[in-house]
Write a new protein. Sequence first.
Length: 494
Amino acid sequence: MLTTVFALQTTLGLAPLAAAQPLDLGTRRELFVDGALIERLTGGAALRLHHPTPREIALVADAPWEGNGSLYATVFQDGDRYRMYYRGGHYRLTPQEYTGTHPLVICYAESADGIRWTKPELGLCEFEGSKANNIILDRVGTHSFAPFRDDSPACPPEARYKALANGDVEHGLFAFQSPDGIHWSPMAERPVITEGALDSQNLAFWDAARGEYRAYFRDFRDGRDIRTATSDDFLHWTPGEWLEYDPGRSGELYTNQIGPYSGAPHLLLGFPTRYVDRGWTPSHEYLPQLEHRRVRTGPSPREGSAVTEGLLMGSRDGVRFRMWPEAFLRPGLRTRDTWFYGDLYQTWGLVETESDLPDAPPELSLYASEHYHQQEGGTVFRRYTLRLDGFVSVEAPLSGGELLTPPLTFSGRRLLLNMSTSAAGGVRVELQDPDGAALPGYALADCDEVFGDDLARPVSWQGNPDLSALAAQPVRLRFELRDADLYALQFAGD
């Protein structure tokens, strides 16, 4: 898997964090996306950003009501069904014009496995005299429509599904509700959020870890950027607050794609689109489809010169995000359908799907746009896969490296690791007191070396994995890694 060294590894490797209250992990799964579990990296240890593997084309928006302007997709698993919502639209691009050929609509697709998708004939909205289509919305809110399943304990059945949407009538985000995810109705006559530019995929969700609804929407601050607001009822929202980025915002951010990670819902992961426009340069002559790129510059120069790609960021409070400056999803070694503005907009939502290897565990699937604003055909949504929790790892070569955590507490009985080693590599773990002294019986020399590839491998010390005697006691974890990747850890309660 291709990897990128995290730019802050030097900082993390040199300076211990200031003394603070121990981080209480409970029995939560913890990832390394935001650096909160890292006080020091030494030897050859470094944080690595991993990149998704491109798979098959999941869906082509080629129906008459869809087209090359189809975008802003949302995907989530709902019981035994996977749902996808996306905008349908088509644009005529010539050296003289950039014009929509039909009104925008919101479309729906579904899948039994997240891999093979169908467009059901819903019979809800008329297009060119027929309702034989998969359109669910054709009036207010068709620029972008971002639905989610509302699992708030107070949510009534008729509003089990909610969405923010913008487009037509007046500036702002309208609130929608649905009992089944198919039939939608407005929750209010007027927009519920009006500040911001909002010309992107603006979204909201129920944040169970914090007990509130949280929205993320587009605005401008030295270029394209993101604001957030909260609500108790989905109708009345706090003023928008700018996101904060560590070590800083990595370029202009188009879509934000922020939401709780299902494996660790206290962590909010974002997959914003980075928008890069250098103006026309000699390198543009070597990018895919030069003649079409020149055509696109006619009505709008950025249509030919701008390029988009996917990023990764993580947060524990919804406002302050650790931003990875390198690309999470690159345009890649392609000759036709990427390296254009509008490509590699990741859909909002990650889902678990079966691996194509019969003896492998499930993996994460995500989807991203291709073939946007091409002259022929519609937008394509390609599936990508990633190991569960596999966004970032602490990695070390065979010569070795170490990770030291800040003081923490836990409430489980066993330490489980999502880890991968070579046949010659391995991982050992030492439990220390807050001052850095090894606890008797849990020193590095006592640890049974872990090797292999596993999503939840238990660690033992002289054959004993039971840590219940140390529960609620502040400890540090010292990891020794050799030719290994550590993706996540969890103190399991069983």
